[in-house]
Design a protein around this ligand. Sequence first.
Ligand SMILES: NC(=O)c1ccc[n+]([C@@H]2O[C@H](COP(=O)([O-])OP(=O)(O)OC[C@H]3O[C@@H](n4cnc5c(N)ncnc54)[C@H](OP(=O)(O)O)[C@@H]3O)[C@@H](O)[C@H]2O)c1
Length: 236
Amino acid sequence: MTTFFITGANRGIGLELARQAVASGARVFATARQPAQATALQALAEGSGDRVRIIELDVANDGSIARAAAHVRDEPIDVLINNAGVIGQAKSAAGQGRTALDMEADEFLSVMRVNVLGPLLVTRALLRNLRAAHGGKVAVISSMMGSFAYTGAEHIAYSTSKTAVNRLFAALALELAGARIPVAILSPGWVRTDMGGPNATLTVEESAAGLLREIARTDMALSGAFRSYAGATLTW
Ligand SMILES: NC(=O)c1ccc[n+]([C@@H]2O[C@H](COP(=O)([O-])OP(=O)(O)OC[C@H]3O[C@@H](n4cnc5c(N)ncnc54)[C@H](OP(=O)(O)O)[C@@H]3O)[C@@H](O)[C@H]2O)c1
């Protein structure tokens, strides 16, 4: 049975990834910052016959990462999906996400902590579980807003964080090649979630199905490439 570990699984894309993984027969370690409030995830766990274990995890907190890793001990993890992310709440006077000229330093650092360092530290904490799976894979959910082909200036902390996580996970792919652990760097498309908003073009079902398909076909040859949920290779 395939075992997934999915961060930010209480809502949005992460919850749907967990749902579809369970529907495919897999077992899921599903993380939430506040398990007691993760009602949709609790409902999924209740209907899954013990195949979903909810684990508390704040990816921006070292102690929380260590406790989550201790929780899974040395159980093999076949697929780690670093999905948790934040866009940042601060808005400019015009109501847009902040730009390079008006963003706040603290917000920039907190977005970088969650979106860049978080996935790396979670992956490092679970490396022995990925190794134990003999065929373990790592995925990070990035964004087209991290591509140099993206021309918008708003939400600069977020877009910079996704550029940085792309570079970080491309380098991680090189380091993990020796252990034959492939790394998938995936854009989920524009998805109707709290983050994506109501005008987004994709449902969570469409995006999550594509992401899981792309993760399944990630091998050492595709490791470290930046790809979309639909299988296209993307411009860095
Ligand atoms: N939606 C889109 O159009 C879109 C496009 C491109 C990329 N993405 C990426 O896709 C991923 C999922 O996005 P989404 O649309 O599903 O967003 P979402 O609906 O806002 O959900 C974000 C998830 O991340 C969790 N999270 C936030 N900060 C966290 C932290 N410090 N530690 C652990 N979990 C944390 C949230 O938990 P709480 O409930 O506790 O806040 C929530 O589960 C993100 O990486 C995002 O950047 C989304």
